[in-house]
Ligand binder design. Structure first.
Ligand SMILES: Cc1cc2nc3c(=O)[nH]c(=O)nc-3n(C[C@H](O)[C@H](O)[C@H](O)COP(=O)(O)O)c2cc1C
Length: 154
């Protein structure tokens, strides 16, 4: 089953991270696809499966514009996501200390509230740290793969 990476971005960094994750996943034998959030609604979860949310934070702790409608639909519809597994890769900047990484936090909370299973802990990237988000994405997806494989072997 294809691992779907749902991307909310304004400047493109989250999309770059998602593309890097797709490359790593494919090298490790998974089918994977990066999808921009503005292109679908919560029906993307209808058949269940494995999802990664890759989101930046904007405004005052808001979801990027292309993901706002998707997020708000989840909050209002509260679909049953008991057949969904998810993990969140959040991008942010501690310069915005009061709202640091809020979008990742919001997605993590709503998916969990809808009954989806969290595969690994949310990643919190800080653009102010000097570390490249894409490098952290490559490392983090390695942890996701390890968790998924050990789950499958159990
Ligand atoms: C106008 C603006 C507002 C931002 N607001 C926040 C914020 O509230 N909290 C946060 O953690 N990061 C904030 N950021 C940082 C971005 O989330 C971060 O730079 C991220 O890597 C951008 O990813 P993108 O290129 O995929 O859009 C903001 C950046 C900009 C330019």
């Amino acid at each position: 089953m294809t691992v779907k990476i749902l991307v909310a971005t304004q400047g493109g960094t989250a999309d770059l991270c998602a593309q890097e994750m797709v490359d790593v996943l494919e090298e490790r034998g998974f089918e994977a696809e990066a999808m921009l959030m503005g292109d679908f609604g919560p029906e993307v979860f209808d058949e269940g499966g494995q999802f990664i949310i890759c989101t930046a934070t904007y405004g005052y702790g808001e979801i990027p514009d292309n993901g706002t409608e998707f997020y708000e639909a989840l909050v209002s519809d509260k679909p049953d996501l008991s057949r969904v597994s998810f993990a969140v890769f959040g991008l942010g900047d501690t310069t915005y200390e009061d709202t640091f990484n809020f979008a990742g936090q919001k997605f993590d909370a709503i998916l969990s509230e809808c009954g989806a299973e969290r595969m690994v802990e949310r990643h919190i990237h800080d653009a102010n740290s000097g570390a490249l988000a894409e490098d952290e994405a490559i490392e983090w997806i390695g942890g996701w793969i390890a968790a998924t494989e050990s789950r499958a072997a159990a």
